[in-house]
Design a protein around this ligand. Sequence first.
Ligand code: CP
Ligand code: NVA
Length: 319
Amino acid sequence: MTALRDRVTDLGLIGRDFLTIHDYAPAEIGALLDLAVELKAAQKRGEAHALLAGRSVGMIFTKTSTRTRISFEVGIAQLGAQPLFLNANDIQLRVGETLKDTGHVLSRYLDAIMIRTFAHADVVDLAASATIPIINGLTDDHHPCQAMADALTVREHCGGLEGRKLVYSGDGNNVANSLAEVGAKTGMHVVICTPDDYRPDEAIVARARADAAQTGATIELTRDLRAAVRGADVIYTDTFTSMGQEAEHDVRLAALRAYQVNDELLALAGPQARLMHCLPAHWGEEITEAALYSPQSVIFDQAENRLHAQKAVMAALIG
Ligand code: CP
Ligand code: NVA
C-alpha cells in the first residue's frame, strides 16, 4: 500500500483537473492506464487500496446516468473516500446559483468534483473557480473518462494500443471526439465513419491530429464504413441521438441508419474485430441486440473498466 501510494504521488498529477484527454501528455495517459491495471488487479485479488481514505468527492449531474454515476460512486467508496451524489435539481444550481460560486463553496468541503453537464464551457468555468480537481463526467463535446476506460479495454483485448485500428461508426459526438483524442495520445489508428453532416468537431480533430504526430497515431474521417472496417481491431459505435438532441431523433436515425453495427458489418470486419459501445445502447438503431451480445462484443468488460480507469484518475489527481 505504501509503495502504491508512493507511485501514485510520483505520477505528479495531484491537483490537476481532468477535463479532456488532450490536456494530458502521452506518458501521463499511459501512466494512468498502468495505474488502472494495477488497481483492477488489486481489486480482483481482494486487496484493500484505500488511497483516498477520509476524503470526499462530489458528483454533480445535470444529465441522466447509469454507468458514470454508479462506477464513480462505487470507485470512490473502494478508494476509501465518501461519495456525494449531487443532482443539479436538488442543489441551488437549479434556482440560479452560479457555477462559479458553487465551485468556490464546494472547494471548502470536498476534495474533488466529478461533473456531467451540457456545455463544455461550464465545466471549464467550474474548474476555474474551484481549487480542487474537477473531473469531466461527460459534456456535449467530451467524454474523457469513457475514453480512458475504452483505452484500457483495447489494451486488454488487443494486447496493446499502439498501431491498433479502431473504427468508430455513427455520430461524430462527444464519445467520438474523446476517442480521437485518446487514440492520438496512445498511437492508435482511429477511423471515424460518419455522413458528412455528422463529422466530429473540426477543431478537436485538428488538435488530435497535432497530438498524433508525437505518437505515430492517425486520425482519419471517412464516409465509407464498409471499406474502413476491414481488418479493424475494434469497431465502436454510440447512440445516434445524444442527451440533449432528443428532438432530432427521427432525422438523425434516417441520416445515420447506414452506420448501424450489426452481424453483417462484424462479418465484413473479420473475426479479430472486437465490438465496443459506451452504452446505453439503442437496439435496432446504432447497434443490433445480436451484435451487442455476439462473441466479438467486449462491451460489458468496457463498462466495468469505467470503474478501474476512473479510480486511477481520482487516485492520481486527489493524491
Ligand atoms: N457510458 C456512459 O457514460 O454511461 P452513462 O450515461 O450511463 O453514465
Ligand atoms: N453520446 C452519448 C453518450 C452517453 C454516455 C450522449 O452524450 O448522450
